[in-house]
Structure formats: C-alpha cells, structure tokens
Design a protein. Sequence first.
Length: 416
Amino acid sequence: MEHILLRHREIPDINKLNVYKKSGGFAAFKNAVTKMKPTEVTDVVKNSGLRGRGGAGFPTGMKWSFIDNKNWPHYVVANADESEPGTFKDREIMESNPFQFIEGLAIASYAVGATAAYIYLRGEFWEVAAFLDEKIAEMEAEGYLGNNLFGTDYSLKIYTHLGAGAYICGEETALLESLEGKRGQPRVRPPFPPSFGLYGKPTIINNVETFTNVPPILVNGAEWYKSMGTADSAGVKIFSLSGRVRKPGNYELPFGTTFRELIYTYGGGVQDSRSVKAIMPAGASSSLILVDDEKILDTKMDYATVRTIGGDLGSASVIVIDDTVSMDWLVNKTIHFFKHESCGKCTPCREGTYWMSHLTERIHDGTGTTADVDLLLKVAKQMQGKCLCALGEFSTMAVVTGIERFRKDFDKAVKA
C-alpha cells in the first residue's frame, strides 16, 4: 500500500519544496482558498470520518464546526508536543514530510477563518522547530503563506513555538497556557478552546498527524478516505511500535489491522521468540491488555474494537511486553514518570502520584507487603474521575490494570 502520510518513504526529498510541489503539493490548499467556502472544507473533513490522532479520537470536522463565529479573531494550533512515552510518529512527519503537515494546518486555518496559526513543539524539538521555520520561510517566499494568498483576500501567518519540555503541555489547555507565556497547567473546562482558547479567543487544536491527513482528503474526497479503515475509524493510522519487538518503528497501516499483523508481519515478531504477555496500545498512559488468549492478538486496531478488550487505542503507541517483564517493574517505571510530570495543580494527581511512587518503589525493591499492593490499588482507584485533566487519570491506568490482571507478579515481588 502506498503511503499517505509517510510519503517520504516512497518519494525521496519530499521535504524539499520543489519535490513536494511536483508531487501535487499545495493543490489542495489552493483549491480550498480559491474555489471552496470555509464551511465546505469543514464538511469534507467531517464527511471523511477523520478522527483526531492525538489520543482522544474526536471527530476532526465536528471539532472545527464548533468554532465560535461570533467571537474573533480565530486561531489554529498544531499540537506537536509529542511527549507520550512510546510515541514518535509526529517527529518523523515534521522532519521528513513537513510540507504536507503545514499544508494541512493551512487548510484548517482557512476552514475556521484563522489568519494566524501556531505550531507548539516540545522543548527538546528545537532542531525540528528551526527546520520548520526554514520550511515556513520557503512557503512565504513562494506565496503559499502570507498576504492575499492565490490572489484572494485571505492571509495566513504560521509561527513555531517551543515549550520547555513538560509532558503536561500535551494537554490542550495547558498547551495554550504555555503558548501565552504562563505556567503550563490545565484550565478548568468548560469553556472549551473552540469558544475560549488562545488569548481567550476561539481556537482549534489538532495533532500533527491529524493535519497531515487533510490535504489528501481534500484532493481525493471523503469517500476515498472512508474506503480505508473501519466503519468506526476511517483511514490510515501511524502505529508507533516499540517494546520487546525485533523491528520497532513507525508503521502506517489502515485502521482494522490486527495486533498480530503489526507485531509479527511488520515488527518482525518478539525478541528471542518469547510470547507476548501484555500490550500497552497507547503508550505509558495505557491500560495493560492481558494477552492470555490468541484471540487478543487478532483484535482489530481501531478506537471501538480495542475498548472491547479492556484498553484504548489513543495515539496508537503500541508497546509490546513479553514474558520476561515483571509488571511490578513496569508499573514502577510508569508511576515515576507521571509523578515527575505532574504539574501539581490538582490535589488528587499531585498527592496520588507521590504516594503511588513510594508504594511501587517499596513493592519493586522487595520491601513491600501484600498490604502495600492493596493500598496501591486503592490509591489509584480513588484518584480516578477526580483529577483536573487526563494526566492524573492516565497515571492510574497501568497500576489498576497491572494489579487486577497480573496480580501474581506483584505477589512474587513482596513479602507476605
């Protein structure tokens, strides 16, 4: 299958402007600005079934249609924070197929009437930010960004903005706070960004991969896009595969591809030919899916189906865990990450991750007891549904599912 997003794997140097143009680049943006109304662009994206690729999987066109047209100006922000452990797809897009991503961002800006758009990158992506600045400058020089685009009265400027490397800024309202120069902490919602976003104005925020899907959708049509994937999840997805596999990496595949195909056909199987013990389908913030039945591996990877086996697809950062890994070690690792990245704004997450890290450390180093395991589960469950944003909720996922589905690993690690 020809790549739609990772096109650099078939077209060398597509990250150069002249090569991207020869490959049909900017045709979708020009056609949208010169021949379509903004609402028509939104309708095409809505009809395509494109869902957000950042984790929540919310319908993209529907989000765009929520923009408050009684309050101006409007903004569009690309979430290029990509700080979920196990996720590394957006960086590949930005480095190797940047113009398609920027074109998608430009189309979204036109669709919602924004004349300024921002690319928010995690602090460690400073080289990527400099690279994108070069590409934006090239587009301005060629007339694809700037004033009176394609002879119309539509104008657009795109800016990059580096954060300081905080995981919490992947959450859209914390991202907005950081973009405004404030401490990166989540806002209370509602109001939501389409009505009250950047500088208090209506704002659309989507992930890098989401925007990169937009140009081919406008060129080929909604029905073309829906012909791939499943009824629940249209199109293709970049699966970031890591963990105990022979060939970790990014794999662009249609939704509905099974875990077995991803791990064995594309990932080359498990290291040392061990058996798969568990799968984290959405990076460190995932539930641990117990692979106690071969049918689990034959589960289709789309948003609805993965929920039927006790997990969420999220950003599709699939981490494979084999039978050499003890879950008390894994949970200890994830909790220390979330404790370090908690912004401290809300008490359940600030205190909960602190106490969970102490308990997981005791359990893993062999000084814990069965009572500590029970207490760890209790603390995690008491946090659920009480945190200001998803980070606190995410921190509990591996803990709760780890203990409930792999209790033997914890019992082996503790004293009676």
